[in-house]
Design a protein around this ligand. Structure first.
Ligand SMILES: C[S@@+](CC[C@H](N)C(=O)[O-])C[C@H]1O[C@@H](n2cnc3c(N)ncnc32)[C@H](O)[C@@H]1O
Length: 237
């Protein structure tokens, strides 16, 4: 992230608990259910998500692996919040349609899409802990998601009607790959919507802003600081 989370790792976001060696029997779902709080989302009070707090000991999820992904799924990101709010206020965007939530994290956008009447919602993430969290969050909000632990960016456009990407443009290399994939999706006739608070790698010249909202962003701190964030389609589409 190009903000306070730029150097966030799974062992730097929380309470200094010492990483422990993970065993194959480690149960991320049980850890999340036990250590995170199921809290309403500030802009979407009817959605509850497992959310980190100062005693969550998230560093333990990464074990001894220095390459363990940062636990982005445990926090509220402006890109997901703005996209989820836009879909909640415009349910026709997903109603009766097949949805892919790319980089689902907590599952916030996928859950809103399911609530808004999508016929199916695939929620994909490269972080297995995000998949575990999204599964718990889907159950807590009484929706069904098809969860995929995979990187879809180098593959063909998926069999969906719309791709939603909340806060996926936080890293230059990832942003390039994500844009290439989303442009291929659009060329295949799939609608694309991106939610983002104008992070530096967001390729604004390739996008068209269709809505803006003020939403909280973890990058501004967990005290509820708000940023202006946009919902974007691909320019020319
Ligand atoms: C900043 S978080 C946003 C999560 C959620 N969309 C939201 O807005 O709350 C970005 C998420 O994208 C995931 N991610 C990063 N690269 C990815 C890729 N190539 N494919 C799928 N997910 C990816 C990360 O693991 C992380 O969960």
């Amino acid at each position: 992230m190009h903000d306070k989370t730029e150097s966030m790792t799974s062992s730097s976001v929380d309470d200094g608990a010492q990483p422990q060696k993970r065993t194959s029997s480690f149960d991320a779902s049980a850890f999340i259910a036990r250590n995170l709080r199921l809290l309403p989302v500030p802009v979407l009070e009817n959605i509850r998500l497992h959310t980190a707090h100062s005693g969550s000991r998230l560093s333990r999820l990464g074990g001894a692996d220095p390459e363990a992904p940062a636990p982005y799924w445990a926090y509220g990101w402006a890109g997901g919040a703005v996209l989820a709010r836009h879909v909640a206020e415009n349910p026709h965007l997903v109603h009766g349609r097949r949805v892919l939530d790319l980089g689902t994290g907590s599952g916030i956008v996928a859950i809103i899409a399911a609530r808004a009447g999508a016929t199916s919602v695939v929620a994909a993430d490269i972080d297995g802990n995000a998949i575990a969290a999204a599964r718990l969050n889907a159950a807590a909000n009484d929706v069904e998601l098809d969860l995929i632990h995979a990187d879809l960016l180098d593959g063909p456009p998926p069999a969906v009607d719309i791709v939603l990407a909340g806060d996926l443009f936080y890293d230059e290399a990832l942003a390039k790959r994500a844009l290439t994939f989303l442009e291929a999706c659009r060329a295949a006739g799939i609608d694309v919507l991106i939610g983002d608070p104008y992070r530096v790698p967001l390729p604004t010249e390739k996008l068209r802003c269709i809505a803006e909202y003020s939403v909280p962003d973890f990058g501004l701190g967990s005290d509820g600081g708000e940023v202006r964030a946009g919902v974007f389609s691909l320019a020319g589409s």
